[in-house]
Design a protein around this ligand. Structure first.
Ligand code: 13P
Ligand code: SF4
Length: 303
């Protein structure tokens, strides 16, 4: 196996050769975050990919993120860093399931969390991310909203709006692991620390935290807050940037094992392989792409 600085050099070479940019989600391994041209939460990645000035976008994350990049950039080649990196939550609903739910609730507007396939986005009125879900819901004229697929994010939004939110029973396995007792125990150990969780956590967990935020919102929060210790309730990859940007502060995961196996599939070797062999090209059939783009564009117009 090549040393990591050799791989890093090779990635820079391939970037020049392919005229590529590397887009990296906040949950990726530290060494992968360190080769990013841009990194961020799902909303920031979608925005940056939409304006990327490159022939190739290498998406280090999971399939739905690469699909979003391909939907927004039909003229560019989008490579997923690791072909098998999916999202179990996104796989909890397909287009047939959604069509069935839409028949059950024909009066409801459909808000689709971006953690979903292109085909599901194409069946939806508008997309949202964890950074803008409430804003998106409030932007619709409908009083009833079918919110898919994350029941926890949907429930969190329902506590902040007067609209009726119909929840689909999807969830994120790593975030679902977090329990209220983990926050209670961590607060006993670090009584002066701020506690931040992701809105993919359950309502009982969110109730015990100081705030429920998207990954990049958390990164901005810890920078701006005067406390010097934080308890973090999301995937462990986020700690890398928090620690790098705030060396004087301390960060503790709320419990062990807050790890998304799919987010961890990408390594520097996978990036080199994907770029050298132009592997894992993500393409969305044009008829699906156009409808899914409409749902993503509507979201980006709102936030
Ligand atoms: P954000 O980075 O948009 O908060 O999303 C978290 C997540 O689970 C991505 O899979
Ligand atoms: Fe999917 Fe959860 Fe992993 Fe994000 S952290 S990719 S929502 S399983």
């Amino acid at each position: 196996m090549k040393a990591s600085n050799e791989l890093h050099e090779r990635i820079l070479e391939l970037k020049r050769k392919l005229n590529a940019v590397i887009a990296v989600h906040n949950y990726q391994r530290p060494e992968v975050q360190d080769v990013a041209d841009f990194y961020g939460d799902s909303l920031e990645l979608a925005r940056e990919c939409a304006k990327a000035d490159a022939d190739v976008i290498v998406l280090c994350g999971v399939l739905f993120m690469a699909e979003s990049a391909a939907i927004l950039n039909p003229e560019r080649t989008v490579l997923l860093s690791e072909g098998g990196a999916g999202c179990p939550m996104a796989d909890m609903i397909d287009a047939d399931d959604l069509r069935e739910w839409k028949q059950r609730y024909p009066q409801a507007g459909v808000v689709c969390y971006v953690n979903s396939s292109a085909a599901v986005k194409a069946e939806s009125d508008i997309c949202c991310t964890s950074a803008n879900a409430l804003q998106v819901v409030e932007s619709l004229p409908d009083n009833e909203i079918l919110f898919i697929p994350d029941r926890h994010l949907g429930h969190y939004v329902s506590t902040k709006t007067d609209k009726r939110i119909i929840l689909y029973p999807g969830y994120c396995p790593p975030h679902q692991r977090l329990k209220p007792r983990h926050i209670e125990l961590a607060r006993e150990l670090y009584p002066d620390a701020g506690a931040l969780v992701h809105p993919e956590c359950s309502a009982e967990v969110i109730a015990k935290a100081d705030a429920a935020l998207s990954t990049s919102q958390m990164i901005r929060y810890v920078k701006g807050d005067s406390r010097n210790a934080f308890l973090i309730g999301t995937e462990e990859g986020i700690l890398h940037r928090m620690r790098q940007e705030n060396p004087e502060k301390s960060f503790h995961l709320l419990t062990t094992g807050l790890l998304c196996p799919d987010m961890k599939k990408t390594t520097l070797e996978s990036i080199v392989r994907a770029m050298e062999e132009r592997r894992n090209i993500v393409k969305v059939p044009e008829e699906v792409r156009v409808r899914a783009k409409h749902a993503l564009d509507r979201m980006m117009d709102v936030s």
